[in-house]
Ligand binder design. Structure first.
Ligand code: FAD
Ligand code: MG
Ligand code: MG
Ligand code: MG
Ligand code: MG
Length: 530
């Protein structure tokens, strides 16, 4: 299948970094990694330190195991048990990685350097800035919360992104109880203090609500028995269902569990303002505005792009995008030698229809203007590697349904495929494209993938044929990144867990936290790609 993969790159010429290799480069290439979250640490885990000089920049000198962060809010899990110091991670590697506890303030792709600052918050006037040069830059800075410019959210809501957030939420929840039992409070005032509102019915919001419910009903009611009947937990969701990114069975399982637990779920409802004591929402169906008294609001919806990347996107011509785009090799579009992975970026998946005529030309080896059925089948096998949507499409269809499209108007089998037939056969494939979720699993797999590409790259062409290598002599050395979905859990409280498994399977029911934890840790770090 020679040369088939070359067509896809006719649109871009920025592949040189991967293609051109200097065989006897005496100096190690300088790699700068921004961020020590799921993506960054997973990239560092297996990177070949004999080939690279690595510097890591992050304002936090630890990695946080975010799936258990909601459980920290309720003291079920200790904060220190879900963090791992970066220096420990680095120590485990033989070879040197330098770590700088600092925030990257600016990326300067024209001069291939980044500008960092070690005390952004403490004293901006002091000169603690330094710059680092790179040959390759790996951006893994994650996302920040998105308030959608809703007034009052920054001032009056809690977020749940960092360890400190979880600890602050825990203190505030207990404070709410302390306030509610003070003498001289009216019953209304006590109820207001004990109304816990969560905005966002995604996995994080749902898990927090479930943990909070358990915390309140297992622990706090014993300490504050006077007010135990005044507690209320409400989840506000703009869509029609909570957990609507999961299988319907999971979302209704969760809704039923919440109903039994007395957790109120307000769906079809948009937050328009938050103040010290009130949260105002608009019901989408009726247009009605309601104002709800609260003790605490936890804002757990929306991902936004960090200012650092906004500025970078302006510089490289991605200024009108919402989120930084890479190609399927995780290379930032429009910027040489810069890679981005995890929550801070999205893969701009190439549409097959944009390349359809060059694909056809490459497959039609004798330039006859037709493909034989065998040539057609060959080319489909090849394009599956380049365009993951083809595989999703074939999974949803039977292969014969695709070849059925190759029948002529009388229903007779064609013995050859014209460009029109080829286009028709593949015309629905692109509708199967979907962007990857912002999860630890995706971030960790992308980190592992990228370090493998980096390791192969510097070893040169004599490297044995690895699974990442292409079969044909295309312009790309590596297969594009491919996400493998193993399992995603949502803990619903009371040891109830819902899991979305590969192949449209779901599993719901009782489990234990430690089992969930151990399975999670194994699957999220799973790096096998073939
Ligand atoms: P992050 O892990 O957020 O890491 C970003 C890193 O960049 C951090 O080290 C940060 O300090 C650093 N950084 C930020 N700004 C700068 C800068 N200017 N310069 C240098 N460094 C910088 N996913 C799941 O798959 N399953 C779950 O159960 C799950 N539960 C979650 C629960 C909660 C409460 C949260 C918040 C997230 C959860 N996620 C879960 C999502 C998962 O945590 C993210 O998808 C994942 O962390 C993304 O990894 P990342 O490396 O891209 O970003
Ligand atoms: Mg990271
Ligand atoms: Mg993280
Ligand atoms: Mg992403
Ligand atoms: Mg032919």
């Amino acid at each position: 299948s020679g040369g088939l993969l070359a067509y896809a790159d006719s649109h871009s010429d920025d592949n040189k970094s991967i293609i051109e290799q200097s065989p006897k480069e005496p100096q190690k290439k300088k790699v700068v990694v921004l961020g020590t979250g799921w993506a960054g640490t997973s990239f560092l885990k297996d990177l070949d330190l004999k080939s690279y000089d690595v510097q890591v920049v992050s304002p936090r000198n630890y990695f946080a195991f975010t799936p258990l962060l909601p459980s920290v809010t309720c003291g079920r899990v200790e904060a220190r048990s879900i963090v791992e110091p970066v220096r420990n991670i680095i120590k485990k590697r033989s070879g040197e990685i330098q770590f700088w506890e600092a925030e990257c303030l600016k990326i300067d792709p024209a001069n291939k350097k980044v500008i960092c600052c070690s005390n952004v918050e403490e004293n901006a006037a002091r000169n603690d800035k330094f710059s680092l040069e790179y040959d390759y830059l790996v951006i893994a800075v994650g996302a920040q919360v998105n308030t959608f410019n809703t007034p009052g959210v920054f001032e009056h809501c809690h977020f749940l992104k960092e360890i400190e957030d979880a600890q602050r939420i825990r203190r505030t929840v207990i404070d709410c109880f302390e306030k509610a039992v003070l003498p001289g409070m009216t019953e209304e005032e006590r109820k207001t203090n004990l109304h816990f509102v969560i905005v966002g019915g995604g996995p994080t919001g749902v898990e927090f609500a479930a943990d909070l419910h358990d915390f309140v009903h297992e622990d706090l009611v014993k300490i504050y028995p006077l007010v135990k009947d005044l507690v209320k937990i409400t989840v506000i969701q703009s869509g029609d269902h909570i957990l609507n990114m999961f299988d319907k069975r999971i979302s209704s399982f969760a809704e039923q569990k919440f109903q039994r637990d007395g957790i109120e779920v307000l769906t079809g409802c948009r937050v328009i303002r938050v103040s010290d004591k009130l949260i105002n929402v608009k019901m989408k169906s009726t247009g009605e505005d309601i104002s709800i008294p609260h003790g605490i609001v936890v804002w757990s919806t929306g991902l936004g792009t960090r200012p650092l990347l906004r500025d970078f996107m302006q510089q490289i011509g991605q200024g009108n995008r919402r989120i930084l785009a890479t190609d399927e090799w995780l290379r930032v579009e429009g910027c040489e030698d810069v890679y981005a992975l995890g929550d801070c970026a999205t893969i701009d998946q190439r549409k097959i229809m944009e390349d359809i005529s060059s694909i056809f030309k490459a497959a039609d080896k004798d330039d006859s203007g037709f493909l034989t059925i065998e040539e057609f089948q060959d080319v489909v096998e090849d394009i599956i590697i380049r365009y993951p949507q083809v595989e999703l499409y074939l999974k949803s269809k039977h292969f014969s349904e695709v070849t059925d499209l190759l029948k002529d108007s009388e229903g007779n089998d064609r013995d050859a495929v014209t460009i029109e037939g080829f286009e028709l056969a593949l015309s629905h494939v692109d509708s199967k494209m979907k962007s990857l979720p912002a999860t630890a699993q995706v971030a960790a797999q992308q980190g592992a993938y990228l370090s493998r590409c980096f390791n192969i790259k510097e070893k040169g062409k004599h490297d044995p044929e690895g699974p990442l290598r292409f079969r044909g002599p295309g312009r790309h050395e590596f297969r594009p990144f491919r996400y493998k979905h193993f399992v995603q859990f949502v803990a619903l409280g009371g040891e109830q867990v819902a899991a979305e498994l590969p192949g449209d399977r779901v599993s719901m029911g009782r489990s234990t936290q430690w089992l969930w934890y151990s399975v999670y840790a194994r699957t999220a770090f799973h790096t096998k790609m073939d």
